[in-house]
Ligand binder design. Structure first.
Ligand code: UD1
Ligand code: UDP
Length: 374
């Protein structure tokens, strides 16, 4: 069996890494294709170093552009590589434009497509990621879903249950493995020189950071949270809008806020594990927070990770300033509630998702189901 892995952004590198690593260890042939959607050292190459995966065999170097142009360029180049490499199965992960381009290009070449983190739905079609997930799922042959809820979403869309594998999320594999390494090697906390409690903040969703009103509400709330040190590694999209809307100086001059560049995976995991709270609009962070028992406050009005909310580890606050500050105050002042959030059961598995995914692939290969023309 020959597997083609397609990745394009920071979370795809992190979540695909455990499967790539296992593929390599088992001596299975593979080709790694990077779309180049993320290209800064700290958004891409740093993760190859931290996660100890080999350099991609191909980097399409698509860079930043409008959705249409970026997706079209990726499709064109991915098609060329797949035609040349002739893999038995093409693996995509998550909900970015690279997933959309990879799944469409592969399925039009009549190649089997395995979608890792399939079946997630926010039911919010204004999110580009929701469109990408749905299209990728309609092009897929095998669905590696993290939870029963995501399996049900696919069942409601008439996907054959034999093609759905409940595997947990590979982010747990990555988290468990790399936290140990981070604890031994990371100097970040010393470098940040933080006293007391930490709130780790990340945001990059277009609907938050590109919308002046929502961005202002969130930042006003953060400014008010003076009793806790806010560590804020800034995503490049967010840096652009903080600069454009003139917020950067104000944030840099706030004593309780520490702005940093995007942080490598090892340092970030350590930071997260030592945080009292995480506040985020990231998908992966909602999963990692519950994995590491850190209460999560999500800066969104909906989530495709509802299991984290049902389990009690995640609260959705949207971009409402009062809701954000009041929620943090409420949890900080209520030890029992804080503990309950910390103890929320992780719905994403025990850290063996990559093994489950590879087993399913080998089973499908053995049964001849990867050949979708037969
Ligand atoms: C993308 C994904 C999003 C995912 C996120 C992970 C889509 C539609 N969006 O969003 O689902 O959650 O990655 O982080 O696929 N930029 C740089 N350097 C880089 C990359 C981007 O400066 O290495 C800047 C560019 O100005 C670019 C902007 O960030 O225009 C946005 O990048 P883009 O890849 O379009 O979307 P993300 O917001 O990163
Ligand atoms: N992350 C990181 N450094 C940072 C911010 C995030 O390593 O400075 C990791 C985080 O641990 C998680 C992933 O990046 O695994 C989430 O990526 P992002 O929020 O960009 O995308 P999303 O998950 O929302 O698609």
């Amino acid at each position: 069996m020959k597997i083609a892995f397609i990745i394009g952004t920071r979370p795809e590198i992190i979540k695909m890494a455990p499967i790539i690593d296992l593929t390599q260890k088992r001596g299975i042939e593979y080709v790694l294709i990077h779309s180049g959607q993320h290209y800064d050292h700290e958004m891409s190459q740093k993760f190859f170093l931290d996660l100890e995966i080999e350099k991609p065999h191909y980097n399409i170097g698509v860079g930043s552009n409008s959705h249409g142009k970026q997706t079209a360029q990726m499709m064109e180049e991915i098609e060329k590589v797949l035609t040349q490499e002739k893999p038995d199965v093409v693996m995509v992960q998550g909900d970015t434009n690279a997933v959309l381009a990879g799944a469409v290009a592969a399925s039009k070449l009549n190649l089997a497509v395995g979608h890792v983190e399939a079946g997630l739905r926010s039911f919010d079609r204004t999110m580009p990621e929701e469109i990408n997930r749905k299209i990728a799922d309609s092009c897929s042959t095998m669905y590696f879903v993290p939870t029963e809820e995501s399996a049900l979403n696919l069942a409601m869309e008439s996907i054959d249950p034999h093609e759905i594998f409940i595997t947990g999320n590979t982010v747990v594999d990555a988290c468990i493995r790399h936290l140990k390494i981070a604890e031994e090697n990371s100097n970040l906390l010393r470098e940040l020189d933080v006293d007391g409690d930490i709130l780790t903040l990340t945001m990059h969703r277009a609907e938050n950071v590109d919308d002046p009103e929502r961005l202002k509400n969130i930042l006003d709330a953060i400014m008010e949270l003076e009793d806790i040190t806010v560590v804020f590694p800034v995503h490049p999209r967010t840096l652009k809008t903080l600069e454009n809307f003139g917020y950067l100086e104000q944030l840099e001059n706030s004593d309780h806020i520490k702005l940093t560049k995007p942080i490598g995976y090892l340092d970030f995991l350590l930071l997260l594990s030592k945080s009292k709270f995480v506040m985020t609009d990231s998908g992966g962070l909602q999963e990692e927070a519950i994995t590491l028992n850190v209460p999560c406050i999500t800066l969104r009005y909906n989530t495709e990770r509802p299991e984290t909310v049902t389990a009690g580890g995640n609260i959705l606050v949207g971009s409402d300033k009062t809701k954000i500050t009041e929620t943090i105050k409420k949890i900080s002042n209520d030890n029992e509630l804080y503990k309950k959030m910390q103890e929320a059961k992780n719905p994403y598995g025990e850290g063996n998702s990559s093994e489950k995914i590879l087993e399913a692939l080998l089973k499908f290969e053995k049964e001849g189901k990867l050949d979708i023309n037969s």
